[in-house]
Write a protein that binds this ligand. Structure first.
Ligand code: AMP
Length: 281
């Protein structure tokens, strides 16, 4: 497994592989890897000849009062995990390498970037689309793998690729959960045991919505009200948003139909968690 820290080396390594006719898969991550990330790596391995994983805690997607400086950084462990998975290349640039002084160009998906997490995290998705564009240019993957865990991010990246004619296929993989239902996240490591227990209500509320939808309820307002009631029973959980949206436009829907996305974000203590389910029962 080759580890590249500079854009020049990574670009050259990827070009060489593609010139050999290899189908190159990219899994972009911020490190602190867990089974959710590894599921993307396995999907990439099964669909591509060579797999690159980027590990970069991207400052432009964090707000001024967010957790950029304390975000978990576990490079040695990540490297071991990726080695075991048979990953070919790791791209782990520094912040200065990715954003040299004077960088002032951003990529924004207008109209989608201010939905869901974009409402409470202004600039977040602009940071995501900018860094993902940069990674696509540096690595030139044939396929890039993202998690349904960040459903809005996936929708925004799909749209960016379409609108800017980026020659890359986007694959979105299902959410990997802990056995008790909590969606795996690098931020789960911030939770103390009590918070970890409270956080289970997030998935429970989504499952209840799925059940009610399965029983025929189609009113978004009623479904959301039920979920909010469930969440209100847990004072340590502070809801940021709970919405039912079209999975492509991220616009709220009034009458829920198959394929709608139920998405939430909530603070458990000071940790912001997200989760979602597609209504495809
Ligand atoms: P992150 O390191 O949090 O930026 O995530 C990197 C990629 O892993 C993103 O495409 C995420 O959607 C995906 N991911 C994170 N957690 C999960 C999970 N529990 N299941 C599936 N994919 C995930």
């Amino acid at each position: 497994m080759k580890i590249c820290k500079t854009i020049h080396n990574m670009h050259a390594a990827c070009r060489a592989l593609r010139h050999e006719g290899k189908r190159l898969g990219l899994v972009p991550t911020m490190g602190a890897l867990h089974e959710g990330h590894l599921s993307l790596v396995r999907a990439a391995n099964s669909q591509c000849d060579v797999v690159a994983v980027s590990i970069f805690v991207n400052p432009t997607q964090f707000g001024p009062n967010e957790d950029f400086s304390r975000y978990p950084r576990t490079f040695d462990r990540d490297r071991e995990l990726l080695d075991k998975e048979g990953v070919d290349l790791i791209f782990a640039p520094s912040v200065e390498e990715m954003y040299p002084q004077g960088a002032i160009t951003y990529v924004t998906v207008e109209g989608l970037s201010d939905k869901l997490c974009g409402k409470s995290r202004p600039g977040h998705f602009r940071g995501v689309t900018t860094v993902v564009s940069k990674l696509f240019h540096i690595i030139e993957p044939d396929v890039a793998f993202f998690g349904q865990k960040d459903a809005a991010q996936a929708a925004i990246i799909r749209r960016m690729v379409r609108d800017l004619n980026m020659p890359v296929e986007i694959v979105v993989c299902p959410i990997v959960r802990e056995p008790d239902g909590l969606a795996m996240s690098s931020r789960n490591s911030y939770l103390d045991p009590q918070q970890r227990q409270s956080a289970l209500v997030l998935h429970r509320s989504l499952m209840r919505i799925r059940e009610l939808f399965g029983n025929g309820e189609r009113s978004s307002a009623k479904l959301i009200a039920t979920a909010k009631e469930i969440l209100a029973g847990w004072p340590s959980v502070r809801l940021d948003y709970f919405e039912i949206v079209n999975p492509d436009t991220l616009e709220s829907v009034d009458n829920v139909s198959h394929g709608a996305l139920v998405a939430l974000a909530a603070f458990v203590g000071s940790t912001r968690l997200i989760d979602n389910i597609p209504l495809n029962v």
